[in-house]
Design a protein around this ligand. Structure first.
Ligand SMILES: NC(=O)c1ccc[n+]([C@@H]2O[C@H](COP(=O)([O-])OP(=O)(O)OC[C@H]3O[C@@H](n4cnc5c(N)ncnc54)[C@H](O)[C@@H]3O)[C@@H](O)[C@H]2O)c1
Length: 292
Protein backbone atom coordinates (compact mmCIF):
# COMPACT_ATOMS: atom_id res chain seq x y z
CA UNK A 1 0.00 0.00 0.00
CA UNK A 2 1.49 3.41 -0.96
CA UNK A 3 2.03 6.06 1.72
CA UNK A 4 -0.47 8.69 2.72
CA UNK A 5 -0.21 12.00 0.84
CA UNK A 6 -3.70 13.39 1.13
CA UNK A 7 -5.33 13.30 4.57
CA UNK A 8 -8.88 14.02 5.65
CA UNK A 9 -9.67 15.04 9.24
CA UNK A 10 -13.24 14.96 10.57
CA UNK A 11 -13.91 17.19 13.58
CA UNK A 12 -11.90 20.41 13.84
CA UNK A 13 -11.88 20.59 17.65
CA UNK A 14 -8.92 20.35 20.02
CA UNK A 15 -7.62 17.09 18.57
CA UNK A 16 -8.67 17.56 14.93
CA UNK A 17 -6.93 20.90 14.55
CA UNK A 18 -3.79 19.51 16.20
CA UNK A 19 -3.73 16.53 13.83
CA UNK A 20 -4.27 18.84 10.81
CA UNK A 21 -1.49 21.15 12.05
CA UNK A 22 1.14 18.42 12.44
CA UNK A 23 0.15 16.63 9.22
CA UNK A 24 0.36 19.83 7.14
CA UNK A 25 3.70 20.68 8.74
CA UNK A 26 4.90 17.21 7.73
CA UNK A 27 4.10 17.99 4.07
CA UNK A 28 0.70 16.31 3.72
CA UNK A 29 -2.19 17.96 1.99
CA UNK A 30 -5.06 18.11 4.51
CA UNK A 31 -8.83 18.53 4.22
CA UNK A 32 -10.48 19.39 7.55
CA UNK A 33 -14.26 18.88 7.90
CA UNK A 34 -16.64 19.93 10.65
CA UNK A 35 -20.40 20.36 10.93
CA UNK A 36 -19.90 23.89 12.12
CA UNK A 37 -18.31 26.64 9.97
CA UNK A 38 -17.39 28.44 13.21
CA UNK A 39 -15.44 25.38 14.39
CA UNK A 40 -13.47 25.43 11.12
CA UNK A 41 -12.70 29.14 11.44
CA UNK A 42 -11.67 28.68 15.08
CA UNK A 43 -9.47 25.70 14.16
CA UNK A 44 -7.65 27.68 11.48
CA UNK A 45 -7.13 30.49 14.01
CA UNK A 46 -5.72 28.04 16.57
CA UNK A 47 -3.39 26.41 14.04
CA UNK A 48 -2.14 29.83 12.88
CA UNK A 49 -1.55 30.97 16.48
CA UNK A 50 0.29 27.75 17.38
CA UNK A 51 2.45 27.93 14.23
CA UNK A 52 3.22 31.63 14.99
CA UNK A 53 4.50 30.49 18.37
CA UNK A 54 6.78 27.95 16.65
CA UNK A 55 8.07 30.72 14.35
CA UNK A 56 8.81 32.93 17.39
CA UNK A 57 10.68 30.06 19.04
CA UNK A 58 12.66 29.49 15.85
CA UNK A 59 11.45 25.91 15.35
CA UNK A 60 9.54 26.75 12.13
CA UNK A 61 10.41 29.27 9.40
CA UNK A 62 7.83 31.85 8.35
CA UNK A 63 7.94 30.44 4.79
CA UNK A 64 7.31 26.87 6.03
CA UNK A 65 4.43 28.15 8.18
CA UNK A 66 2.80 29.80 5.17
CA UNK A 67 3.32 26.67 3.06
CA UNK A 68 1.84 24.43 5.77
CA UNK A 69 -1.22 26.66 6.23
CA UNK A 70 -1.74 26.68 2.45
CA UNK A 71 -1.88 22.86 2.53
CA UNK A 72 -4.94 22.88 4.85
CA UNK A 73 -8.37 23.17 3.24
CA UNK A 74 -11.60 23.49 5.29
CA UNK A 75 -14.98 22.17 4.29
CA UNK A 76 -18.39 21.01 5.46
CA UNK A 77 -18.81 18.83 2.34
CA UNK A 78 -17.76 15.15 2.39
CA UNK A 79 -17.21 15.27 -1.41
CA UNK A 80 -13.88 16.98 -0.59
CA UNK A 81 -12.58 13.61 0.70
CA UNK A 82 -12.74 11.98 -2.77
CA UNK A 83 -8.96 11.97 -3.25
CA UNK A 84 -7.97 11.26 0.37
CA UNK A 85 -5.76 8.24 1.11
CA UNK A 86 -6.75 8.27 4.79
CA UNK A 87 -9.45 10.01 6.82
CA UNK A 88 -8.91 10.40 10.57
CA UNK A 89 -12.14 10.84 12.52
CA UNK A 90 -11.69 13.12 15.55
CA UNK A 91 -15.27 14.22 16.18
CA UNK A 92 -17.13 14.34 19.51
CA UNK A 93 -16.77 11.17 21.63
CA UNK A 94 -20.23 9.75 20.95
CA UNK A 95 -20.76 6.44 19.22
CA UNK A 96 -23.96 7.52 17.46
CA UNK A 97 -22.20 10.56 15.98
CA UNK A 98 -19.21 8.51 14.84
CA UNK A 99 -21.40 5.81 13.27
CA UNK A 100 -23.34 8.44 11.34
CA UNK A 101 -20.09 10.03 10.16
CA UNK A 102 -18.75 6.70 8.82
CA UNK A 103 -22.01 6.00 6.99
CA UNK A 104 -21.91 9.45 5.35
CA UNK A 105 -18.20 9.19 4.58
CA UNK A 106 -18.09 5.76 2.85
CA UNK A 107 -19.67 6.65 -0.52
CA UNK A 108 -17.24 9.56 -0.97
CA UNK A 109 -14.04 7.58 -0.45
CA UNK A 110 -11.73 5.83 -2.90
CA UNK A 111 -12.12 2.04 -2.59
CA UNK A 112 -8.65 1.61 -1.10
CA UNK A 113 -8.78 4.61 1.27
CA UNK A 114 -8.18 3.95 4.96
CA UNK A 115 -10.22 5.22 7.91
CA UNK A 116 -8.77 5.83 11.38
CA UNK A 117 -10.54 6.93 14.53
CA UNK A 118 -9.02 8.97 17.36
CA UNK A 119 -11.58 7.65 19.87
CA UNK A 120 -10.36 7.43 23.47
CA UNK A 121 -12.78 4.76 24.59
CA UNK A 122 -15.05 3.21 21.97
CA UNK A 123 -13.92 -0.29 20.84
CA UNK A 124 -12.20 -0.13 17.44
CA UNK A 125 -13.68 -3.47 16.36
CA UNK A 126 -17.21 -2.21 17.03
CA UNK A 127 -16.67 1.01 15.07
CA UNK A 128 -14.95 -0.92 12.25
CA UNK A 129 -17.97 -3.20 11.93
CA UNK A 130 -20.11 -0.12 11.31
CA UNK A 131 -18.06 0.76 8.19
CA UNK A 132 -17.84 -0.72 4.70
CA UNK A 133 -14.10 -1.50 5.24
CA UNK A 134 -13.23 -3.17 8.58
CA UNK A 135 -9.87 -4.36 7.17
CA UNK A 136 -8.87 -0.82 6.32
CA UNK A 137 -10.09 0.64 9.63
CA UNK A 138 -7.77 1.28 12.58
CA UNK A 139 -7.43 3.25 15.82
CA UNK A 140 -4.96 6.14 15.77
CA UNK A 141 -5.00 7.68 19.24
CA UNK A 142 -3.15 11.00 19.45
CA UNK A 143 -2.47 12.86 22.69
CA UNK A 144 -3.34 16.41 23.65
CA UNK A 145 -1.86 18.86 22.65
CA UNK A 146 -1.04 17.00 19.42
CA UNK A 147 1.85 19.26 18.28
CA UNK A 148 3.64 18.69 21.63
CA UNK A 149 2.89 15.09 22.57
CA UNK A 150 5.13 12.50 20.96
CA UNK A 151 2.97 9.38 21.25
CA UNK A 152 0.40 7.80 18.95
CA UNK A 153 -1.26 4.58 20.04
CA UNK A 154 -2.10 2.44 17.01
CA UNK A 155 -4.94 0.05 17.81
CA UNK A 156 -5.95 -2.77 15.52
CA UNK A 157 -9.49 -4.09 15.50
CA UNK A 158 -10.18 -7.77 14.99
CA UNK A 159 -10.37 -7.37 11.20
CA UNK A 160 -7.69 -4.69 10.70
CA UNK A 161 -5.22 -5.76 7.99
CA UNK A 162 -1.44 -5.69 8.57
CA UNK A 163 -0.97 -3.28 5.66
CA UNK A 164 -3.35 -0.80 7.31
CA UNK A 165 -1.36 -0.91 10.55
CA UNK A 166 1.95 -0.48 8.68
CA UNK A 167 0.64 2.47 6.67
CA UNK A 168 -0.71 4.46 9.61
CA UNK A 169 2.37 3.67 11.73
CA UNK A 170 4.57 5.03 8.92
CA UNK A 171 2.39 8.16 8.78
CA UNK A 172 2.64 8.67 12.55
CA UNK A 173 6.44 8.44 12.29
CA UNK A 174 6.46 10.89 9.40
CA UNK A 175 4.51 13.24 11.69
CA UNK A 176 7.37 12.97 14.19
CA UNK A 177 5.54 10.63 16.57
CA UNK A 178 6.53 7.39 18.25
CA UNK A 179 4.05 4.53 17.92
CA UNK A 180 2.88 2.28 20.74
CA UNK A 181 0.87 -0.70 19.50
CA UNK A 182 -2.19 -1.48 21.61
CA UNK A 183 -4.73 -4.28 21.44
CA UNK A 184 -8.40 -3.37 21.31
CA UNK A 185 -9.13 -3.42 25.05
CA UNK A 186 -10.90 -0.62 26.96
CA UNK A 187 -8.75 2.51 27.36
CA UNK A 188 -5.86 0.96 25.36
CA UNK A 189 -2.44 1.35 27.08
CA UNK A 190 -1.93 4.86 28.39
CA UNK A 191 -5.36 5.57 29.87
CA UNK A 192 -5.58 1.99 31.22
CA UNK A 193 -2.58 2.73 33.42
CA UNK A 194 -2.91 6.48 33.97
CA UNK A 195 -6.57 6.86 34.90
CA UNK A 196 -6.65 4.11 37.59
CA UNK A 197 -3.66 5.90 39.17
CA UNK A 198 -5.65 9.15 39.29
CA UNK A 199 -8.67 7.21 40.61
CA UNK A 200 -6.49 5.62 43.33
CA UNK A 201 -5.30 9.09 44.35
CA UNK A 202 -8.96 10.08 44.79
CA UNK A 203 -9.55 6.97 46.95
CA UNK A 204 -6.52 7.99 49.05
CA UNK A 205 -7.97 11.49 49.46
CA UNK A 206 -11.43 10.10 50.30
CA UNK A 207 -10.00 7.78 52.95
CA UNK A 208 -7.85 10.53 54.47
CA UNK A 209 -4.59 8.79 53.64
CA UNK A 210 -3.33 12.24 52.68
CA UNK A 211 -4.64 15.69 51.78
CA UNK A 212 -4.56 17.13 48.25
CA UNK A 213 -1.17 18.79 48.69
CA UNK A 214 0.45 15.74 50.30
CA UNK A 215 -0.85 13.30 47.70
CA UNK A 216 0.37 15.46 44.82
CA UNK A 217 3.71 16.24 46.50
CA UNK A 218 4.14 12.53 47.20
CA UNK A 219 3.90 11.55 43.56
CA UNK A 220 5.84 14.57 42.26
CA UNK A 221 8.75 14.39 44.67
CA UNK A 222 8.64 10.68 45.47
CA UNK A 223 8.17 9.40 41.92
CA UNK A 224 9.43 12.32 39.84
CA UNK A 225 6.07 12.78 38.09
CA UNK A 226 5.85 16.26 36.52
CA UNK A 227 2.31 16.73 37.90
CA UNK A 228 0.59 15.21 40.93
CA UNK A 229 -2.30 12.81 40.16
CA UNK A 230 -5.03 15.16 41.47
CA UNK A 231 -3.60 18.12 39.57
CA UNK A 232 -3.43 15.88 36.48
CA UNK A 233 -7.03 14.75 36.99
CA UNK A 234 -8.08 18.41 37.02
CA UNK A 235 -6.09 18.96 33.81
CA UNK A 236 -7.63 15.98 31.99
CA UNK A 237 -11.13 16.76 33.30
CA UNK A 238 -12.72 14.84 36.18
CA UNK A 239 -15.74 13.97 34.00
CA UNK A 240 -13.37 12.42 31.45
CA UNK A 241 -11.58 10.44 34.19
CA UNK A 242 -14.93 9.17 35.49
CA UNK A 243 -16.05 8.19 31.97
CA UNK A 244 -12.81 6.26 31.34
CA UNK A 245 -13.19 4.36 34.65
CA UNK A 246 -16.78 3.49 33.72
CA UNK A 247 -15.71 2.23 30.28
CA UNK A 248 -13.03 0.03 31.88
CA UNK A 249 -15.39 -1.23 34.58
CA UNK A 250 -18.04 -2.13 32.00
CA UNK A 251 -15.62 -3.55 29.42
CA UNK A 252 -13.29 -5.47 31.73
CA UNK A 253 -15.85 -6.41 34.39
CA UNK A 254 -13.37 -6.20 37.26
CA UNK A 255 -14.23 -4.32 40.46
CA UNK A 256 -10.71 -2.92 40.58
CA UNK A 257 -11.89 -0.41 37.96
CA UNK A 258 -14.72 0.99 40.11
CA UNK A 259 -14.67 4.80 40.14
CA UNK A 260 -13.89 6.38 43.52
CA UNK A 261 -17.19 7.68 44.97
CA UNK A 262 -15.52 11.03 45.69
CA UNK A 263 -14.63 11.36 41.99
CA UNK A 264 -18.31 10.95 41.11
CA UNK A 265 -19.25 13.51 43.79
CA UNK A 266 -16.91 16.12 42.29
CA UNK A 267 -18.39 15.52 38.83
CA UNK A 268 -21.94 15.75 40.19
CA UNK A 269 -21.01 19.07 41.82
CA UNK A 270 -19.83 20.36 38.45
CA UNK A 271 -16.27 20.54 39.81
CA UNK A 272 -14.69 19.17 36.66
CA UNK A 273 -11.18 20.58 37.04
CA UNK A 274 -9.49 23.37 35.13
CA UNK A 275 -12.18 23.67 32.48
CA UNK A 276 -14.88 24.53 35.07
CA UNK A 277 -12.56 26.64 37.23
CA UNK A 278 -12.63 24.21 40.13
CA UNK A 279 -11.79 20.56 40.79
CA UNK A 280 -9.38 19.31 43.43
CA UNK A 281 -7.91 22.80 43.13
CA UNK A 282 -9.61 26.18 42.85
CA UNK A 283 -8.26 27.97 39.79
CA UNK A 284 -9.61 31.39 40.83
CA UNK A 285 -6.35 31.98 42.69
CA UNK A 286 -2.75 32.00 41.43
CA UNK A 287 -1.24 29.60 42.30
CA UNK A 288 -4.36 27.42 42.60
CA UNK A 289 -5.27 26.35 46.16
CA UNK A 290 -6.88 23.04 47.19
CA UNK A 291 -10.63 23.56 46.91
CA UNK A 292 -11.43 21.87 50.24
N1 LIG B 1 -9.16 15.99 24.26
C1 LIG B 1 -8.32 15.01 24.48
O1 LIG B 1 -7.45 15.10 25.38
C2 LIG B 1 -8.35 13.77 23.62
C3 LIG B 1 -7.20 12.96 23.57
C4 LIG B 1 -7.22 11.83 22.73
C5 LIG B 1 -8.37 11.52 21.99
N2 LIG B 1 -9.46 12.32 22.08
C6 LIG B 1 -10.63 11.97 21.25
O2 LIG B 1 -10.64 12.81 20.10
C7 LIG B 1 -11.99 13.05 19.66
C8 LIG B 1 -12.24 14.55 19.61
O3 LIG B 1 -12.02 15.11 20.89
P1 LIG B 1 -11.75 16.67 21.08
O4 LIG B 1 -11.21 16.83 22.46
O5 LIG B 1 -11.00 17.22 19.92
O6 LIG B 1 -13.26 17.24 21.06
P2 LIG B 1 -13.77 18.70 20.70
O7 LIG B 1 -15.06 18.85 21.37
O8 LIG B 1 -12.69 19.71 20.94
O9 LIG B 1 -13.99 18.64 19.10
C9 LIG B 1 -14.96 17.83 18.48
C10 LIG B 1 -15.32 18.47 17.14
O10 LIG B 1 -16.15 17.55 16.45
C11 LIG B 1 -17.13 18.32 15.75
N3 LIG B 1 -18.25 17.47 15.40
C12 LIG B 1 -19.28 17.06 16.17
N4 LIG B 1 -20.13 16.31 15.45
C13 LIG B 1 -19.62 16.24 14.20
C14 LIG B 1 -20.05 15.63 13.00
N5 LIG B 1 -21.18 14.91 12.94
N6 LIG B 1 -19.30 15.78 11.90
C15 LIG B 1 -18.15 16.49 11.94
N7 LIG B 1 -17.69 17.11 13.05
C16 LIG B 1 -18.42 16.97 14.16
C17 LIG B 1 -17.48 19.45 16.71
O11 LIG B 1 -18.09 20.53 16.02
C18 LIG B 1 -16.09 19.79 17.27
O12 LIG B 1 -15.47 20.80 16.50
C19 LIG B 1 -12.88 12.29 20.65
O13 LIG B 1 -13.14 11.01 20.10
C20 LIG B 1 -11.99 12.17 21.89
O14 LIG B 1 -12.32 11.07 22.70
C21 LIG B 1 -9.47 13.45 22.87
Amino acid sequence: MPGIEKLGVIGAGQMGNGIAHVAAQSGLSVVMLDVAEEALAKARGTITKNMDRQVQKGTLSAADKDAALARIASTTDYAAFAECDLVIEAATEREDIKRKIFATLAPHLKADALIATNTSSIPITRLAAATDRPGRFVGMHFFNPVPMMKLVEVIRGLATEDATVRTVAALAERMGKTVAYAADYPAFIVNRILVPMINEAVFALQEGVGDVVSIDAGMKLGCNHPMGPLELGDFVGLDVCLAVMEVMQAGLGDSKYRPAPLLRTYVEAGWLGRKSGKGFYDYATTPPKPSR
